[in-house]
Design a protein around this ligand. Structure first.
Ligand SMILES: [Zn+2]
Ligand SMILES: [Zn+2]
Length: 385
């Protein structure tokens, strides 16, 4: 496995780890990234508020490949007890984005030193607020243009996968996810005279039941999907029928065209509410688009992963998850691939899931991820790729 730049990678990762910042508030983080890229001789500029983009031009014109890292920490109180644990009370890099930034900075450093060896451009993108779909603002602000991006690579350190493993599948990999809020409006009244009121709670419970049949009767059993109610809000006292009830939750799917579930959900909710004499207001908003890897890009990245890992590691292709990831938004504009980099290693204390207060990573995998980014970018720009 690769061991170059090990110390600097760890130093950078721990520096980011100490000072986690929430999405769109990554001010300190942004200034470190800007300064580092500036010192490499690049011309970084802020984008999307607290994001950063820098373009490296090779020796001649050509296609453009983009590498992306996310920047945000989480509202989690760290309990790792590590010497470089979070200094920002109540905030933590509990998803590994600190490592993503360190890897991309070192990848940029290596690629700058090799710019005579490729034609085309490389765009280094540091994206804020991944946890809450921050990618779209960068796209609105032109991250995919000037120069136009032809291909995208990204990766995520992955706690469910053993260290030494890189997993990249073809096609759908991370869920398309929508959030819904359904307000059911009845008519309030005394609990003893239900016939004088219109009870939104009984309507809400009927909606929750009826929606289950979308999954069991309308969807192909081979198409993975989740329709989950996560919040039920209604009522103020035991003897009052409330005016309204609100249901919130998430609809997720892992196959192309899963958006048809949204219509089935709307139809079911509206008709059930009407049957219970209530009115309803439904809003469904996009969380993350389906993340679907382009098979050619995924295959390129797997080839490079096999070289980086050598005989000591494993390249697999099996992880599909109902978690969302806004890397998907870039893939709506250019083909790309997203890799999971295993960091689960009991010897390194890295056994806790993402977003856990004791989450940590096996830092030995940072050079591997860095080299994977470097090689994938060079491979994309190589003649005939
Ligand atoms: Zn996360
Ligand atoms: Zn993450």
């Amino acid at each position: 496995m690769v061991t170059t730049h090990h110390e600097e990678l760890i130093r950078l990762r721990r520096e980011f780890h100490r000072y986690p910042e929430l999405g769109f508030a990554e001010f300190r983080t942004q200034s470190i990234v800007m300064e580092y890229l500036g010192e490499l001789g690049l011309d970084p500029r802020p984008i999307g508020g607290t994001g950063v983009v820098a373009t490296l031009r090779g020796c001649e014109g050509g296609r453009t490949v983009m590498l992306r890292a996310d920047m945000d920490g989480l509202p989690v109180t760290e309990r790792t007890g590590l010497p470089y644990a979070s200094c920002n009370e109540g905030l933590m890099h509990a998803c590994g984005h600190d490592g993503h930034m360190a890897m991309l900075l070192i990848a940029a450093k290596i690629l700058v030193s090799r710019k005579e060896q490729f034609s085309g451009n490389m765009k280094f993108v540091f994206q804020p607020n991944e946890e809450n779909a921050g990618a779209s603002i960068l796209i609105e602000q032109g991250v995919m243009a000037d120069p136009h991006v032809d291909g995208v690579f990204g990766l995520h350190l992955w706690s469910a996968l053993p260290s030494g493993t890189i997993d990249i599948i073809d096609g759908p990999q991370m869920a398309g996810a929508y959030d819904f809020s359904l307000e059911i409006i009845g008519a309030g009244g005394h609990a003893g005279f239900a016939h004088k009121a219109i009870d939104p709670i009984v309507a809400a419970s009927a909606v929750i039941q009826a929606v289950q049949s979308i999954q069991t009767r309308e969807l192909n059993a081979q198409d993975p999907a989740v329709i989950m109610f996560t919040q039920v809000v209604a009522g103020s006292s035991q003897n009052i029928i409330p005016e309204s009830a609100t249901l919130r939750g998430t609809i997720r799917f892992l196959y192309e065209g899963g958006e048809h579930i949204l219509e089935a959900f709307r139809r079911t909710a509206e008709h059930v509410c009407a049957a219970y004499r209530t009115e309803c207001k439904l809003s469904i908003i996009l969380g993350n688009s389906l993340l679907s890897n382009d098979p050619r890009m995924a295959s390129m990245m797997r080839d490079e992963a096999a070289i980086v890992l050598g005989r000591e590691g494993t390249v697999s292709r099996h992880i599909r998850t109902m978690a969302g990831e806004d890397f998907s938004e870039y893939l709506r504009f250019a083909p790309g691939a997203f890799a999971f980099l295993g960091v689960n290693n009991p010897d390194a204390g890295s056994v806790y899931p993402h977003h856990h207060p004791k989450f940590t990573i096996d830092e030995k995998m940072l050079p591997v991820g860095t080299e994977l980014l470097v090689r994938s970018a060079l491979r994309f720009l190589a003649p005939g790729a």
